[in-house]
Design a binder for this molecule. Structure first.
Ligand SMILES: NC(=O)c1ccc[n+]([C@@H]2O[C@H](COP(=O)([O-])OP(=O)(O)OC[C@H]3O[C@@H](n4cnc5c(N)ncnc54)[C@H](O)[C@@H]3O)[C@@H](O)[C@H]2O)c1
Length: 403
């Protein structure tokens, strides 16, 4: 990276949904945040599906393409790498990126369980590279406002939290058997895919979780097979060859927040499904305290419902529209009501990552946050098998909300 111009060379590994989104985010940062003086150059993209390599070069604008991700890690012009591969490759590529001295932005979950995440964490910390994790929902301006209200004590003492991430991407019985349903390729199912997001949000807004008990279930045990690198996990295949679903569709957990949390001593529930009929991306967090409460739902991402105080004439929820006063909203829209979208959250994530890479503020989620979320996911899986509560060793996500 040249210090004067702060042009950051970007390498991409895997050109699926997230790979495209990371690419667009890198391209947007210089336009959304011109005052940073950061520009990005799309250097090289890798995917094992040749058509996706062509897409990266011809449409996304990468200068080079390859089917071997090592070419990305070995490229001298690459300063940062986006790792958007399926889960089974995260540990292998994350460790290799750290050893190559490349800063990396990696999608969640980092690895197929806590052990793989911890191995990436160790490699990244040893190499001293900057990391960023795909916990995009925490960047929603309404969520940033929620975190602030909790931190300022506006809700009083936090008593309980409800987090729900219900998606319908696999609600069709003939929904494709993508890599997400294969234990070797994905690890756990909805626990890794959606529950991990909800875990991160709870820790970002309320603080570290210290104890968990959980149960899981699988609603559809067979699905039609889908070749890697074709279609998406939303695909529906009629009359296809069937294969086994190897991980869970639904997970529910009871949690207890630890002593270092802003919401120390609070309890709560986290629930996730990938087969819900109705919610498409119904991702909610509700935080209740002795003096008020708040509710956020990703399907109405630009709104925060807030109730402060009791026994007054306006008792009940106020809908606060995300506005230039909240989070990074002003970098996208000049006034409230001009809604931001999912892609914008990835731009904010890219911005935080690139600022940290350029030596600025460390507001990015990082590999410690990923290890913390992975510890909770692994504990939830263990509990779902044993029926016992699991204590979670403090790992200490760097950006968790702490007292
Ligand atoms: N942060 C979020 O909200 C969010 C949303 C969706 C997915 N994700 C995560 O992003 C990751 C990717 O998910 P996706 O939906 O983009 O997947 P996808 O199936 O759309 O794309 C995966 C890509 O990886 C490629 N690939 C497979 N093996 C490869 C290899 N050896 N080298 C290079 N490329 C290879 C495939 O050909 C495919 O193009 C997953 O870990 C997932 O959990 C995060």
């Amino acid at each position: 990276m040249s210090q004067e111009s702060r042009t950051i060379g970007v390498g991409l590994i895997s050109v699926g949904w997230m790979g495209k989104l990371h690419s667009r985010a890198y391209q947007t940062v210089p336009y959304a945040y011109p005052e940073l003086g950061i520009t990005t150059k799309l250097v090289i993209a890798a995917d094992t599906a040749p058509g996706r390599v062509d897409y990266a070069r011809d449409v996304l604008g990468f200068a080079e393409g390859t089917t071997d991700y090592h070419d990305v890690l070995n490229h001298p012009d690459v300063d940062v790498v986006s790792i958007c591969a399926p889960n089974f490759l995260h540990a292998e590529i994350g460790i290799a990126a750290a050893k190559a001295g490349k800063h990396f932005w990696i999608e969640k979950p980092v690895g197929r369980g806590y052990d793989e995440t911890a191995a990436v964490q160790e490699a990244a910390l040893e190499a001293g590279v900057v990391t960023s994790i795909g916990y995009n929902y925490r960047h929603a301006p309404a969520v940033e406002h929620a975190r602030k209200l909790v931190a300022e004590g506006r809700l009083g003492r936090i008593t309980n939290v409800r987090a729900v991430f219900f998606s319908g991407y696999a609600s069709e019985p003939n929904g494709a058997l993508s890599w997400r349903f294969d234990r070797k390729l994905a690890g756990t199912g909805v626990l890794a895919d959606l529950f991990s997001h909800a875990t991160d949000l709870c820790q970002y807004v309320v603080g570290p979780i210290a104890e968990v008990t959980a149960l899981t279930s699988t609603v559809y045990t067979q699905r039609p097979k889908l070749a890697m690198g074709s279609g998406t996990h939303f695909a529906v295949i009629e009359n296809g060859e069937m294969g086994e679903v190897e991980n869970e569709d639904y997970a529910a957990a009871l949690v207890r927040f630890g002593p270092s949390a802003v919401g120390a001593g609070a309890v709560g529930t986290i629930e996730s499904s990938r087969v819900a009929v109705g919610p498409e991306c119904g991702y909610q967090i509700e935080v209740y305290g002795t003096e008020g409460s708040l509710k956020w739902d990703f399907e109405r991402m630009n709104e925060l419902k807030v109730c402060l105080g009791r026994n007054n004439d306006e008792q009940g929820y106020t809908t606060v529209n995300a506005s230039p006063r909240h989070g990074d909203y002003s970098y996208f829209q000049p006034g409230p009501g001009n809604s931001m979208g999912f892609d914008d959250l990835k731009v904010i994530e890219a911005k935080k990552f690139l600022v940290a890479v350029a030596g600025g503020a460390q507001e990015n989620s990082n590999i410690n946050d990923a290890a913390s979320a992975a510890a909770i996911v692994s504990a939830a899986e263990t509990s779902s098998l044993s029926g016992q509560w699991q204590k979670i060793e403090e790992i200490h996500g760097t950006t968790a909300a702490r007292a």
